[in-house]
Design a protein around this ligand. Structure first.
Ligand SMILES: NC(=O)c1ccc[n+]([C@@H]2O[C@H](COP(=O)([O-])OP(=O)(O)OC[C@H]3O[C@@H](n4cnc5c(N)ncnc54)[C@H](OP(=O)(O)O)[C@@H]3O)[C@@H](O)[C@H]2O)c1
Length: 370
C-alpha cells in the first residue's frame, strides 16, 4: 500500500437491509487493489442512485441474495488516483478521475462503496476529469451513458419505422425534467441531437425550477400532479420519441405518433433476453414475469406501429463511456445536482430517502466527501 494511504477510512454504509433512514457513516478498512486493472482512488464526491437504495434495502433480494454487511454505498463518483496496480496503467497517482463501479446498473455483485474516503475502481470504467468540471459535477456518469445509448437505439427504431432524418426538429417527451436521468437526457436531446420541441413533467414546487436549472431547453413544462392523464396536457399521437424515466411507461404510450413513434424506456420491465444480460441467473419465475410484462406492453400498443424498448445502461462499452465524457467536458451535459456533505448524516439520509421513494429530489444527489 502507498505510504500516504491510511489503514482505515469513513464510509457510508447499510449495516443490514434497510432504507437510507438507517444508513450510517462508519470506520472500515481501506480497500486493497487486487486485480491488474484496479486503481485506488481517494474519493472527493459520490453520487447516490435509485439502484443504490434498492440494493441496500433488499429490493433485489428475492432475485439475488448474498449482500455482505456492512454494505458500502455508492457506485459512481470522482476523486484522485492514489495507487495503480501496474506501471502500464493509463492512470497515474495524482490523476483526477471519475468513474462508475458496475458494467451494468443493477450488478449487485460488483464492488460498491464509492461513497467512502477510498474506493477501488476498475480502470476500464474510469475517465479523466475535465478541468472545467468539479468533482461533484461528474457524479452522474451512468445517466449520461445510458441516455446516449438509449437515444442511439431509439434512432435505429425510428429508422425502422420510416423516420430516417434523425431527431433534429422532432418532438420528444421526457418525464421528470429535474430527475437525475431526465435532466441529462433533456440536455443531450436538445444540445446534441437538435430536438425541436421538448416536453416534460414535474410536480408543482419544481415548475419554476425547470427554466432556472435547464435554461431554454424545455418547451412545455407540465405539472403532472394537476392532471389525471398526460393527454390532458399533450395532444395524443403527437410525439416522435418518448424517453421514459419513470415507472408506469404505459401512461406515455398514447403520446407517441401511432405510425412512427418510438418509446425508449430506462424504467420498463426488461424482456427475458435483456434480463439475462443484466443480472446473474435468476429464478425461472423472474423470466415468466418479464415475458408477461412484454405481453402487457404489446397489448397496450395494439393497433399502432409504436416501438417500445427498455434499455439498461452499459458503461462497460468503453466507446460510449468516452462519448458520454466528451459531452460533459464540452458542456453539452451540465450536471443538475444537490450536494450534501458526508458528515451531515441526517441530511444524507433525508436526501437519500427522496432517491429511495422517487419523489422530491432535484437533480442527482451527490455526497461531498472531501
Ligand atoms: N435502465 C437504466 O440503465 C437506468 C439507469 C439509471 C436509472 N434508471 C431508473 O430510472 C428511474 C429514474 O431514476 P432517476 O435517477 O432519474 O431518479 P430520481 O433522480 O430520484 O428522480 C425521480 C423523479 O421522478 C419524478 N416523478 C415521480 N413520479 C412521477 C410521475 N408520475 N410523473 C413525472 N415525474 C415523476 C419525481 O419528481 P417529483 O418530486 O416532481 O415527483 C422524482 O424527482 C429509476 O427507476 C431508476 O432505477 C435506469
Amino acid at each position: 500500500m502507498a505510504a500516504n494511504v491510511p489503514m482505515g477510512m469513513r464510509s457510508l454504509v447499510a449495516l443490514k437491509y434497510c432504507l437510507p433512514t438507517k444508513w450510517e457513516v462508519v470506520d472500515v478498512p481501506v480497500p486493497k487493489i487486487k486485480g491488474p486493472k484496479d486503481v485506488l482512488v481517494k474519493m472527493h464526491a459520490a453520487g447516490i442512485s435509485t439502484g443504490d437504495t434498492q440494493i441496500a434495502r433488499g429490493g433485489t433480494r428475492f432475485l439475488i441474495d448474498g449482500l455482505k454487511f456492512p454494505h458500502k454505498i455508492g457506485v459512481e463518483g470522482a476523486g484522485v488516483v492514489v495507487q495503480v496496480a501496474s506501471k502500464s496503467s493509463p492512470f497515474q497517482p495524482g490523476d483526477e478521475v471519475y468513474a462508475f463501479a458496475m458494467s451494468r446498473p443493477m450488478d449487485v455483485t460488483a464492488p460498491h462503496g464509492f461513497c467512502s474516503e477510498y474506493a477501488v475502481v476498475n480502470e476500464d470504467l474510469m475517465l479523466r476529469k475535465p478541468a472545467n468540471c468539479s468533482f461533484e459535477d461528474l457524479c452522474n456518469l451512468a445517466s449520461t451513458v445510458t441516455a446516449y445509448q438509449a437515444i442511439e437505439q431509439a434512432l435505429e427504431k425510428m429508422r425502422e419505422n420510416g423516420t430516417a432524418d434523425g431527431l433534429a426538429g422532432k418532438t420528444v417527451f421526457v418525464p421528470a425534467a429535474l430527475s437525475a436521468t431526465g435532466s441529462v437526457a433533456i440536455q443531450l436531446l436538445k444540445n446534441v441531437y437538435g430536438v425541436g420541441r421538448l416536453l416534460s413533467t414535474v410536480s408543482t414546487p419544481k415548475v419554476p425550477l425547470v427554466e432556472q436549472l435547464l435554461p431554454g431547453l424545455v418547451d412545455q413544462v407540465v405539472d403532472y400532479t394537476k392532471m389525471s392523464k398526460l393527454t390532458d396536457a399533450i395532444p395524443k399521437g403527437t410525439v416522435d420519441l418518448v424517453y421514459n424515466t419513470i415507472f408506469g411507461v404505459r401512461s406515455t404510450f398514447a403520446l407517441a405518433k401511432p405510425e412512427t413513434g418510438v418509446v425508449a424506456s430506462i424504467a420498463s420491465v426488461p424482456d427475458p433476453a435483456l434480463l439475462r444480460k443484466m443480472l446473474p441467473p435468476l429464478p425461472w419465475y423472474a423470466y415468466v414475469f418479464a415475458a408477461l410484462a412484454q405481453w402487457r406492453y404489446a397489448w397496450a400498443l395494439r393497433g399502432t406501429k409504436v416501438r417500445h424498448f427498455m434499455h439498461s445502461g452499459q458503461p462497460s462499452v468503453r466507446a460510449d463511456l468516452e462519448r458520454a465524457g466528451e459531452f460533459m467536458a464540452a458542456g453539452k451535459v451540465k450536471s443538475v445536482v444537490r450536494v450534501v456533505r458526508l458528515e451531515d448524516i441526517e441530511e444524507v439520509r433525508r436526501e437519500a430517502m427522496k432517491v429511495a421513494t422517487g419523489k422530491g429530489g432535484v437533480g442527482k444527489l451527490v455526497i461531498k466527501i472531501v
